[in-house]
Write a protein that binds this ligand. Structure first.
Ligand SMILES: Cc1cc2nc3c(=O)[nH]c(=O)nc-3n(C[C@H](O)[C@H](O)[C@H](O)COP(=O)(O)O)c2cc1C
Length: 197
């Protein structure tokens, strides 16, 4: 192997160690279903990320929690896009409501779901992860994302960067418009990562 490629791969391993190694060799984690939480934000009336989260929680027999911003985004698509654009590119935090009943100390594996907004996670998800980075330390954390066709873009990398103390395992993106015809993909996403006892 060319030494520059090898050096680059090694540097990537140092920078994103757990992400890269788990991405290369995903192994399902044996965990009690009571120790798995699914936390998500969803905005559109279709509720693509909500649908994904519900099915992931059902498959893992895990508890489901919703992230809600204190100030809701406009229900109009274009206005919401305009409002979210500077927040997303500026990596700003949008204040979120306290999530009733969620005590992260109870969980070993936390799935976090977001729609792709401007190539990254929606700001309420950035807020949740940032505010809970200490509580997520040492835990297994896994991102799932739905999108309008853009794929993962910067989402998984920016997510992992917010959680240096967590074991961030391989993220997955789903095309939002296909999510309801692809339930087996969501189930496989869970099966590849956890075996819930
Ligand atoms: C503010 C905003 C920005 C978006 N930016 C992107 C994008 O950059 N790339 C993409 O593929 N889809 C983008 N989308 C589409 C959503 O990611 C997609 O429809 C998603 O499945 C919606 O999830 P939800 O129904 O849970 O809100 C955007 C949608 C909104 C509202």
């Amino acid at each position: 192997m060319n030494k520059w490629i090898a050096g680059g791969l090694m540097m990537a391993g140092i920078l994103f160690g757990s992400v890269e190694s788990d991405a290369a060799h995903p192994r399902p984690i044996l965990v009690s279903h009571e120790r798995i939480a699914v936390v998500y934000f969803s905005w559109s009336p279709d509720g693509n990320t909500r649908f994904a989260a519900q099915n992931i929680a059902r498959k893992a027999n895990a508890r489901l929690f919703e992230i809600k911003p204190k100030q809701a985004y406009s229900t109009d698509f274009k206005s919401c896009c305009d409002e979210a654009k500077p927040e997303c590119y500026g990596k700003q935090l949008r204040p979120i409501c306290q999530i009733e009943g969620l005590d992260l100390a109870q969980y070993e594996v936390v799935f976090v779901g977001t729609p792709n907004w401007w190539g990254t996670m929606a700001p309420p998800v950035r807020t949740f992860v940032t505010e809970n980075a200490a509580a997520l330390r040492g835990k297994i954390v896994c991102l799932f994302q739905t999108n309008g066709g853009g794929g993962m873009q910067r989402c998984a990398q920016e997510f992992a960067e917010l959680l240096p103390g967590s074991r961030v395992i391989k993220a997955q993106e789903f095309t939002g418009s296909l999510i309801r015809s692809n339930i087996s993909l969501l189930e496989k996403f869970v099966d590849d990562r956890v075996v819930a006892k």
